[in-house]
Unconditional design. Structure first.
Lengths: 316, 316
């Protein structure tokens, strides 16, 4: 299991390496939601998403022998970049298994940090099996969310929010968190102590359904979505345990709503947000989570988006 | 004149109204410059640029009679939005004189805050004369930079930087500041206490020339530029006095360099920056101010850019 103590230990390891992202306000966002919203912009994090937090926490907790044998990770892109950067900073060889249709910008950034990239077909191959094969020489597999160190690392974003709100004397009612396998959402629930609503893209509602049906639900089909960062088949026992224990619930937004939130962030927040990183914002803007009269934290989880996709979101 | 005491008084008036923008780091930026750069992202400020600081400081210092008579401002867009928002918050009628070719997004945002917008031709008409005529009924003219309250308000950005650097035990060697008429640059020099290098678009080097030639130089021609926020004919005695007293110097960057900096901010910083707000970043990236081995503050002054212009910058 993982607890707030693990999150605090992670915060100590990350100090001076991760960005302590600010809490931002926006009149336009408050007006659109009818509430008071604090934004946690993890697009401003090292490697452009929250993923660096968990990756650095995981790798920095390996002993020197394990580091020398290297790490293997599978990821749609943001976790890849987080692991690659953490591995570079800790002088650890890294091999990353990435879907062949991941954004080119994410593949390029992963390679730029010195990692070896192995591509696979997201819809027909098992990234877990490929990673296990690559790790046969003794490398450590760094999963995207099914690991207490990863969850604790992501949780440092929630811990920062709790500290910043406390310093301002603000009490929030709810936190909206972008959700793939639930690593960020579960860590955020632990670190912030806030009631969490997970937000997934339509067609990827495994977490919402798991929390509603009170057992882990695995998706049968994985439809295409512009939210490439959130294409997860099912959560893990670890993230399920934390989120169900925290009585989290889940909602979904459409691709069009995510794209519209990307455009809102461009126009009013002046932040570059990728579609998958904008789903929590979309849930706030569309009222899928009603924030009227409430005080909320909305997590923007990443900003690694290709210029063409971004331009399409702005034009829509 | 204006002093650090005026900047501190402005910080008191702005508290709770302006965003205390964070200081951001980026490995990609450090690598590109060969130094250690702290970014002050004023695109995250209320109304998307630093201009709200000066406008709110100026308007909040008016007595109730003056507020009732209203304010008149002339601006290429960001000052317009700053004044319109400050006027709205302080229940003051506002009329804004804007160039007809200002970005539609800036004109729309100004109107959305309840201001009356009067358009003029930037290349043939005098905005000062139009504003003077509109103010004949007793309204107060709020100039974009030639006013001690405006300079002191903009200076709060520098004061925040000084406080944040001191809290981290960091000493910076230089600050690169985007520059039109010098309101931000002079305020920043006062508030931060740092040596300032002003950065202007090519063809708008009135501040660089004024500082080099040791008297105020007015431009004869105003060429088109994508840096619409910085199209100023000449600085004022006030901004000249502060910047020359602070031994500031000036450099220029081309439109292409500004556009490239916009694209860099998109890719690596995840910030939406307008071309005029990116000139200081461009000066850092191009080495027009050599930051190798140095610690620098780079101000990103605004993010109010139309989607089409932004897309062109990313594609270039």
């Amino acid at each position: 299991m993982v607890s707030i103590c693990d999150v605090k230990a992670a915060a100590g390891r990350l100090k001076g390496h991760a960005v302590r992202t600010p809490l931002l306000r926006s009149d336009a966002l408050d007006a659109a939601c009818g509430g008071r919203v604090w934004l946690k912009p993890e697009c401003l994090q090292v490697t452009g998403s929250f993923k660096f937090r968990g990756a650095y926490n995981r790798l920095s907790a390996l002993d020197s022998d394990a580091r020398a044998r290297g790490v293997v990770a599978f990821s749609s892109g943001n976790h890849a970049q987080g692991v690659a950067r953490a591995a570079k900073l800790l002088a650890t060889p890294a091999t990353i298994v990435m879907p062949a249709d991941a954004p080119a910008v994410k593949i390029a950034a992963t390679r730029a940090d010195g990692a070896t990239v192995v591509l696979y077909d997201r819809y027909t191959e098992s990234r877990e099996a490929i990673a296990a094969r690559l790790a046969e020489g003794g490398a450590t597999i760094v999963p995207p969310f099914d690991d207490p160190f990863i969850v604790a690392g992501q949780g440092t974003a929630g811990l920062e929010v709790a500290e910043d709100l406390a310093a301002m004397g603000v009490t929030a009612d709810v936190a909206l968190v972008c959700c793939g396998g639930g690593g960020l959402a579960s860590g955020f629930a632990l670190g912030s102590g806030l009631p969490v609503v997970t937000v997934e893209p339509a067609g990827y509602d495994d977490v919402a359904r798991s929390l509603a049906e009170k057992h882990i639900v695995a998706l049968e089909t994985l439809p295409p979505t512009i939210c490439d960062a959130l294409q997860t088949r099912s959560m893990s026992p670890l993230t399920y345990s934390v989120l169900s224990g925290a009585q989290a619930r889940g909602v979904v937004v459409t691709d069009a709503e995510a794209a519209s939130a990307v455009a809102f962030a461009f126009r009013h927040l002046k932040l570059v947000v990728e579609p998958g990183g904008a789903v929590a914002l979309a849930a706030a803007l569309t009222g899928r989570v009603d924030l009227a009269g409430r005080t909320a934290v909305v997590v923007v989880s990443g900003g690694n988006v290709e210029a063409e996709v971004f331009a399409r979101c702005l034009a829509a």
